[in-house]
Design a protein around this ligand. Structure first.
Ligand code: XIL
Length: 660
C-alpha cells in the first residue's frame, strides 16, 4: 500500500506551524490543512549555499523534489558505482523540515550517463542495469519517498506512439515501461508509482496516448498508481473543461494525478498585466487540484525566478515562477495563497458536465457548478470552436436558448464568473433544433424472411416536441407477406414490426414502406425485405428400396415439390460389391430429365438432372431409380448414398443428402 498520506500531511502541518512564525500564512500550512501537497523542485547549489533560498523553500512547501539530483547521470558516475551525496543531502533537508519527497526520475531517455548510452549493452544486460538502478535507488530511500516518477516522458510528440528513439525503447523494446514499474513496486511497495509527462494535461493525441498506455498497463496488472502532469506552460494559461475531463477519465482507471513541474513562462520583458495573467494560471491550477478528488499534489519547477530552467531552454522567456529573483512573492504566489486559504476570491474553474438538448427552435443547457461561481456566461457559435457570442448571463446552472433556427447546429460553452473574474470556457457541446414533429427510423433497415417464418424490425419514432399518437402501417408487401405492429397506434418512441411470410410467399427482394400518421403529419421509412426459400421447406425428399430378387435391386429417391423448381440434380452412388452390374435407371418426370450412369471398379454413379432452361412444376413423389442386376450381395449396402440439389424459383440452390 502506498503511504498514509493523511499522516504525512499532519506531520507536515505541525512542522510547518513551528517554522512559520516569520510569515502570516505560508502556503504549506493551508495546503496541509486541506490535504494537499504543495511542492517545489530544489537545486543543490543554493540549497547548500543560500540561506534565503533554504528558508523560503522550507517555510512555504510541504513537498520537495530534486530538480536534477535523482537523475541517472547524477547518481551513476560509472556502471559499478553510485554517488548519493546530493540525493542524501536533499533527503536530509526534507526530513529535517517535515517535507514529503517526490522522487524524479528513474527511467527517462534524457540525462543518462555516457557509460550507459555508449556501452553497447545487450537487451538482457540493459534490463539488469535498469533493475539494479531501480532497486538500489528506491531501496535506499524505501518508505521515505511518497511519489516516484518511475517512467518519464515515454510518449512521443505528435504521433500518439511511444518515443521509439528512447535509449530504453531501443535496447529493451516497449516492455521497458512495464518492467520498470514492476521493479519499482518490488523495490519500495509503499511509494505511489507515477508515469510523468508534458503536454498531456488536457485532451488531445498525447493525453489520449498517456491514458491508453496507463489503461493498458493497469489492465495487464502493471502497478501504475499515478499520472504526473508536468504543466510547463506559456503565459497566459488557464485551466479548462478538458483538464477536468482528463482528470476524471484517469480517476476512472483508479489512478491519482499530480501537477509535477508547473511553471508559466512569460515572453520577456514582463509587465504587470502579464504577472496578473500568470497569477490566474497558478490560482486555477491549485483550485483545480483542490477540487479534483484524485489530485494529490501541485509542485512548481523551482520557486524563484533566480533559479529556473526556463531562460536557458526557452530563449526570450522567463519569470515563470511564483517568487521573483529577489525572493519577493509575485501575484502568482498571492493567488496560490488566496485559493488555499479561501481568502480574497480568485476566479472560479470552468463549469463541468455541460449538456445540450435540442427542441423545436430551442436548445436546453445544463451544467454542474464549480465552487466559488456567482454567475455564468452562456456563449454560442454556429462554428465549432467559436468565436462565441455571449447569449445570456445567468445565476442558475441551466438555461434554455430560444429563437433558434431548426436544422442549424449550434455550439455552446459556458464560463463561470465571480467578483475576481471569469473562468475559461467549459468543454463545448452542440445541438441541432428540429421542427416540431417526428421521423421514423427502422432498425434494422433490411430484413430477410424465409417462407413459413417471420422477422422483426424496431421502428423508432423520433419525436421533437411532438406528443401525438402515431399510427403505423406497411405497404409494398410481396404476395403472401403480412405485417403487424406492436403497439400501433402509440404515443411511445418505438413499435416492433413483425413481417411474416406464408409457405408460398413470393420469393425475392422487395421494398416495404412503413408509414406513420398522427397529429396531421405523415412520415415514412423504407425497409429492404428479401423473401427466401427455407432449406427443404418446400421440397420433400424420401428414399426407398425395392427388390425383385434375384433379378434386380432398385434404390429410389422420391421428390415432392410444392413450388416449381428451376434446377434439379439427383445423384445416386452404389457400391459395386462382388457380382453387381448396373442394369439401368429411370425417372417418372419424363423427357426434361437427362439421366445416365458411370462406373468405376468400386462404385456406380447414377445421375439425373433437369435440362437447362427447364422448369419443373409442382408434383408428388417423383421417382428417380437406380437398378442393379447380377448375382451379388443384396443391396443396399453401407456406403450407398443419394444427393439432391434443387433451386426453387427465385431462390438459392439447396442440397439435401442421405444414405440408403
Ligand atoms: C530539467 C532541469 O530543470 C534542468 O536543470 C536540466 O538541465 C534538464 O532537465 N521535464 C522533466 C525535468 O521531467 O526533469 C526537466 O528538468 C524539465 C522537463
Amino acid at each position: 500500500m502506498p503511504h498514509n498520506i493523511r499522516r504525512l500531511l499532519a506531520a507536515c502541518l505541525s512542522a510547518a506551524a513551528v517554522s512559520a512564525a516569520a510569515t502570516a500564512a505560508p502556503l504549506r500550512d493551508s495546503a496541509s490543512a486541506r490535504g494537499l501537497f504543495i511542492g517545489a523542485a530544489a537545486t543543490m547549489g543554493p540549497l547548500r549555499n543560500e540561506p534565503i533560498y533554504v528558508e523560503t523553500l522550507r517555510r512555504e512547501f510541504n513537498m520537495v523534489v530534486a530538480e536534477n539530483a535523482f537523475k541517472m547521470d547524477a547518481l551513476r558516475p560509472s556502471a559499478t558505482t553510485y554517488n548519493f551525496t546530493d540525493a542524501d543531502a536533499l533527503m536530509a533537508f526534507a526530513e529535517q523540515n517535515g517535507m514529503a519527497v517526490r522522487g524524479h526520475t528513474l527511467v527517462w531517455h534524457s540525462q543518462l550517463p555516457g557509460w550507459l548510452t555508449a556501452g553497447n549493452f545487450t537487451r538482457d544486460q540493459t534490463i539488469a542495469i535498469m533493475r539494479d538502478h531501480i532497486r538500489t535507488v528506491m531501496g535506499r530511500y524505501a518508505g521515505r519517498i511518497v511519489h516516484w516518477d518511475v517512467v518519464n516522458e515515454a510518449v512521443a510528440d505528435g504521433t500518439g506512439q511511444l518515443r521509439t528513439n528512447s535509449f530504453w525503447h531501443q535496447r529493451i523494446g516497449p516492455e521497458y515501461i512495464a518492467l520498470a514499474f514492476q521493479f519499482a513496486r518490488e523495490a519500495d511497495p509503499t511509494a505511489v508509482l507515477y508515469y510523468n509527462d508534458y503536454e498531456a494535461e488536457g485532451l488531445g493525441q498525447k493525453s489520449d496516448a498517456v491514458f491508453n498506455l496507463v489503461s493498458s498497463l493497469r489492465g495487464q496488472g502493471v502497478p501504475v498508481d499515478g499520472v504526473g502532469w508536468q504543466m510547463h506552460k506559456i503565459n497566459p494559461f488557464r485551466i479548462q473543461g478538458q483538464h477536468v475531463t482528463n482528470a476524471q477519465r484517469l480517476a476512472s482507471l483508479g489512478v491519482e494525478i499530480s501537477i509535477t513541474e508547473m511553471d508559466v513562462r512569460i515572453a520577456l520583458p514582463t509587465d504587470a498585466t502579464e504577472l496578473q495573467q500568470q497569477a490566474l494560471a497558478f490560482g486555477d491550477a491549485v483550485r483545480f487540484c483542490l477540487e479534483q478528488p484524485n489530485c494529490t499534489s501541485l509542485t512548481t519547477w523551482g520557486f524563484t525566478d533566480k533559479y529556473s530552467w526556463v531562460p536557458s531552454v526557452f530563449g526570450g522567456f522567463g519569470d515563470a515562477l511564483i517568487y521573483n529573483a529577489s525572493y519577493q512573492p509575485k501575484p502568482a504566489y498571492t493567488a496560490l495563497q488566496s485559493v488555499l486559504e479561501e481568502g480574497s476570491p480568485q476566479p472560479p474553474l470552468p463549469p463541468t458536465g455541460l449538456t445540450a438538448t435540442a427542441g423545436s427552435g430551442q436548445v436546453a443547457l445544463a451544467w454542474a457548478a464549480p465552487s466559488g461561481a456567482a454567475s455564468y456566461n452562456v456563449k454560442r457559435s454556429t462554428t465549432s470552436g467559436g468565436p462565441y457570442a455571449t447569449v445570456a448571463s445567468v445565476t442558475g446552472t441551466s438555461f434554455t436558448n430560444t429563437g433558434l433556427t431548426n436544422g442549424t447546429t449550434y455550439f455552446f460553452v459556458v464560463s463561470a464568473v465571480n467578483g475576481a473574474g471569469e473562468s475559461m470556457n467549459s468543454t463545448q457541446v452542440n445541438a441541432t433544433p428540429q421542427a416540431s414533429g417526428f421521423t421514423l427510423q427502422a432498425n434494422p433497415a433490411s430484413v430477410s424472411v424465409s417462407r413459413g417464418g417471420s422477422a422483426t424490425s424496431t421502428i423508432g419514432i423520433v419525436r421533437t416536441s411532438f406528443t401525438s399518437s402515431v399510427t403505423l402501417s406497411a405497404s409494398g408487401l410481396p404476395a403472401g407477406v403480412t405485417a403487424a405492429f406492436n403497439p400501433s397506434p402509440t404515443t411511445g418512441n418505438s413499435s416492433v414490426l413483425t413481417l411474416t411470410a406464408s409457405a408460398t410467399a413470393t420469393l425475392g427482394p422487395a421494398t416495404v414502406t412503413v408509414t406513420g400518421t398522427g397529429g396531421g403529419l405523415t412520415r415514412t421509412t423504407p425497409i429492404a425485405l428479401t423473401v427466401t426459400a427455407p432449406p427443404g421447406g418446400n421440397v420433400t425428399v424420401t428414399r426407398a428400396v425395392t427388390s425383385n430378387s434375384p433379378w434386380f435391386t432398385e434404390e429410389q429417391v422420391r421428390i415432392t415439390n410444392t413450388v416449381s423448381l428451376t434446377a434439379l440434380s439427383v445423384t445416386i452412388v452404389v457400391q459395386r460389391t462382388t457380382g453387381v452390374s448396373a442394369s439401368g435407371q429411370y425417372n417418372t418426370v419424363g423427357g426434361q430429365i437427362q439421366q445416365g450412369n458411370t462406373s468405376t471398379a468400386s462404385t456406380i454413379t447414377y445421375q439425373f438432372a433437369l435440362a437447362p432452361g427447364q422448369t419443373l412444376g409442382t408434383g408428388t413423389n417423383r421417382t428417380f431409380a437406380a437398378q442393379m442386376g447380377g448375382t451379388g450381395t443384396v443391396h443396399p449396402t453401407s456406403g450407398d448414398t443419394w444427393t439432391v440439389t434443387y433451386t426453387a424459383a427465385g431462390g438459392q440452390p439447396v442440397t439435401q443428402s442421405g444414405t440408403f
